[in-house]
Write a protein that binds this ligand. Structure first.
Ligand SMILES: NC(=O)C1=CN([C@@H]2O[C@H](COP(=O)(O)OP(=O)(O)OC[C@H]3O[C@@H](n4cnc5c(N)ncnc54)[C@H](OP(=O)(O)O)[C@@H]3O)[C@@H](O)[C@H]2O)C=CC1
Ligand SMILES: O=CCCC(=O)O
Length: 342
């Protein structure tokens, strides 16, 4: 893993305000931005979108609203309906749709799938996107997967002559709806530049991190920190209650100090009420911790806090909380508290 290269040469755009971006740091790559390109959002061609879950649906919808020509596919067909009513297409009209058919009818295809298994299946399986790829086309995988899976997908896609970019995102349901995601890209740099106008519709900033695998690794590091932070926060809320403090006041105190994080202010009040409306499913947070642990193992790096947090998310899954928001991990702590009292 070429850690030094991505530490030294991030290519980052930060928002001045929506639709206006400042290039703060350039690598040796071109500094052209979306506004240089002609037409609409600055991308000409047909865009495919595979995977219309919590994240994929608003991302594709923002591309539609920006005037892009979008063709969608989702395993559960009914999830295409809201996009179709906005004017998206299913490809091709006479046949059963598939990732391969979307890819063959589009210039660039995005994929936002649940996990490494589904990302691989949709890209490389039977009727997968790779079957519809060819020279001149691009595949952008925005799912959160491990670096090995991303490299396998990249290898299969590029074997067709097409280009590959991994581009997992930081930011959850609301940033996806608001077009404020952070893209962690790596892979083919020309494809990165080509799709930059599309990334700018869906996001507020983008990092180009070099070789395939670096984007996946960056995403796993960030989500490893986030998963542990959430467990620590949950412990604090429960401990405060146990010693007679108001956990709402804990949320307020934290929000004013150095450990303030939007996540705490956003999720804290509902956690106190034991409500976990799903933005980031708990099963995906546990998947990311599992993948981060494997990443750490591959370089013999101890991550004991993340390992302990992972155990708690596993308990939460076994309690039936997999599809709740990941903040529901607090329920696993409550369950452990109860069982230790008996
Ligand atoms: N939610 C969040 O806050 C964030 C999520 N992520 C990451 O983005 C990715 C998507 O997350 P999110 O949208 O929340 O997840 P969802 O669970 O809402 O959506 C998952 C998508 O993957 C599809 N899928 C799952 N298994 C298969 C399969 N075997 N074959 C084909 N398609 C499959 C689902 O199809 P179907 O509808 O048929 O089930 C659905 O379109 C994950 O990797 C997640 O870790 C990244 C940043 C934030
Ligand atoms: O992968 C999910 C990330 C959620 C977030 O960044 O808020």
């Amino acid at each position: 893993m070429a850690a030094a290269s991505f530490l030294l040469s991030p290519r980052v755009t930060l928002p001045l305000r929506r639709g206006s971006r400042l290039l703060v740091s350039c690598s040796a790559t071109s500094s052209s931005s979306s506004s240089d390109a002609a037409g609409g959002v600055g991308f000409q061609g047909r865009v495919g979108f595979l995977g219309l879950g919590i994240m994929g649906a608003p991302m594709a919808s923002n591309l539609m609203k920006a005037g892009c020509d979008i063709t969608v596919w989702n395993r559960t067909k009914s999830k295409c309906d809201p996009l179709l009513s906005l004017g998206a297409k299913m490809a091709p009209y006479r046949f059963e749709s598939s990732p391969a058919r979307v890819a063959s009818s589009c210039d660039v295809t995005f994929a936002m799938l649940a996990d490494p298994e589904s990302a691989f299946e949709v890209a490389c399986g039977a009727n997968g996107a790779a079957e519809g790829m060819a020279a001149g086309k691009g595949y952008v995988d925005v799912s959160t997967v491990d670096d090995a899976t991303s490299k396998l997908i990249g290898k299969r896609i590029t074997s067709t002559g097409a280009s590959f970019l991994e581009a997992p995102v930081s930011g959850s349901k609301k940033p996806a709806e608001d077009g404020l995601l952070i893209f962690l890209t790596a892979g083919d740099e020309s494809l990165y530049k080509r799709v930059a106008p599309l990334l700018d519709v869906m996001g507020k900033s983008r990092f180009y991190l070099g070789d395939v695998g670096n984007g996946a690794a960056m995403k796993l590091v960030v989500n490893m920190v986030m998963g542990s932070m959430m467990v620590s926060f949950a412990e604090g809320l429960l401990l405060s209650e146990k010693v007679g403090l108001d956990p709402n006041t804990v949320v307020e105190v934290i929000s004013q100090g150095a450990i303030n994080a939007p996540m705490f202010s956003l999720k804290g009040p509902s956690m106190v009420k034991a409500a976990y409306p799903t933005a980031f499913p708990l099963k995906h947070q546990q998947k990311d911790l599992r993948l981060a642990l494997a990443l750490a193992e591959s370089v013999s790096q101890p991550i004991p806090t993340a390992a302990a947090a992972n155990e708690l998310y596993k308990v939460a899954k076994s309690l039936g909380l997999a599809d709740q928001d990941f903040s529901a991990v607090i329920e696993a702590l409550k369950a452990e508290m109860q069982s230790s009292q008996h």
